[in-house]
Design a protein around this ligand. Structure first.
Ligand code: SF4
Length: 340
């Protein structure tokens, strides 16, 4: 492959960035010159769901600003430990649809493969923050069984790499898996849901592109970017490489109080995604996962926000406002009307 000799150097680089991520709340606060009084709650909340922030993501935060929209997504806070009626460990009931280790089969015609249980960043609002990833680390035999499951269900036409973050897996694993899936005749498309290129753009190596794009399957990558400040020149360059490889690029985000719940923030995110040729796909209302209530935005405000976006942006830059509900075979769109 044309990228062969570069691949290992680039690969070492992203792997060392992954390994050197900040996991100690004290380090995070010190690096950003933040009030040490934040440490106590951060330690308590991170005992429930660990802190993890990679350096390239930290570099996009504003030192001294506790309200920085990127910091808010990763900083463990005391509010996470308050009683949160209606907020659950598994808000989407995924443990019922965990058909076998490594597979979540909840939609018609497509299924999710848990390619990696690891993430490059721990997002405090994550609906899988309590997911039992340890039960989904597959042995070689279990990978074969997961592939057999896909082979035997001819109603499937799409495989979605999910996680954790599927791009936390190494290129060799991804290349092998993608070849195996491409050999299954009834699979027509591959989709990858990932936040890794956003938080460590160096992950987008020639080796990764070869691993994903070397088969007959058309590849769609759905990035997970919540705020325009997440899109810097490094992510821009990574997106350019992905597009040059022929991938379709979409973005999904989660509507988060204090991060992206203002009209200007959503407009800027859509415009910046559009600048880079990435189409806003979904804007999710928050899943009611235990520990995330402080991010909640009510439905009316969400609908008003997207209604206002419709009057300011071309339709293709307005994401669909959706909710995911346990037991439903797809995401439900929330009604939105144009607001002048
Ligand atoms: S990267 Fe995705 S799966 Fe991982 S913690 Fe963030 S939202 Fe959850």
């Amino acid at each position: 492959m044309i990228h062969g000799s570069l691949a290992s150097v680039e690969s070492d680089s992203w792997q060392s960035l992954l390994a050197s991520s900040i996991t100690d709340p004290r380090t995070l606060l010190e690096r950003l010159n933040l009030d040490p009084a934040l440490l106590g709650p951060a330690m308590l909340a991170s005992a429930d769901f660990a802190l993890r922030v990679p350096e390239p993501y930290l570099a996009r935060m504003q030192p001294g600003d506790v309200h920085d929209p990127l910091l808010r997504q990763v900083l463990p806070v005391g509010e996470e430990l308050l009683a949160q009626p209606g907020y659950q460990l598994d808000p989407l009931g995924e443990q019922q649809t965990n058909a076998r280790p490594g597979i979540i089969h909840k939609y018609h015609g497509r299924l999710l493969l848990i390619v990696s249980g690891g993430c490059a960043i721990n997002c405090r609002y994550c609906f899988r923050r309590h997911f039992p990833y340890e039960d989904n680390n597959l042995s070689t035999a279990e990978w074969q069984q997961a592939l057999d499951y896909i082979r035997s269900d001819t109603s499937l036409s799409e495989v979605i790499y999910s996680g954790g973050d599927p791009l936390a897996a190494n290129d060799r694993r991804l290349a092998w898996l993608t070849r195996e899936i491409a050999d299954i005749k009834h699979i027509r498309r591959l989709r990858i849901h990932t936040r890794l290129p956003v938080v460590i753009p160096q992950r987008v190596t020639g080796g990764l592109i070869d691993a994903l794009c070397a088969t007959r399957l058309p590849v769609t990558m759905v990035l997970h970017c919540n705020h325009a400040n997440e899109i810097d020149q490094h992510l821009g360059a990574a997106i350019q490489r992905l597009r040059a490889a022929g991938m379709t690029l979409l973005n999904q985000s989660v509507l988060l109080k204090g991060v992206n719940d203002q009209l200007q923030q959503q407009l800027e995110l859509s415009e910046k995604l559009g600048d880079h040729g990435v189409l806003p796909y979904y804007l999710h209302v928050l899943d009611h996962v235990k520990g995330a209530q402080h991010f909640h935005v009510d439905d009316q405000q969400a609908q008003r926000l997207v209604g206002q976006m419709l009057s300011k942006l071309p339709g293709f830059l307005v994401p669909r406002l959706v909710r995911e509900t346990a037991g439903c075979a797809g995401k439900s769109p929330l009604p939105v009307e144009l607001i002048e």
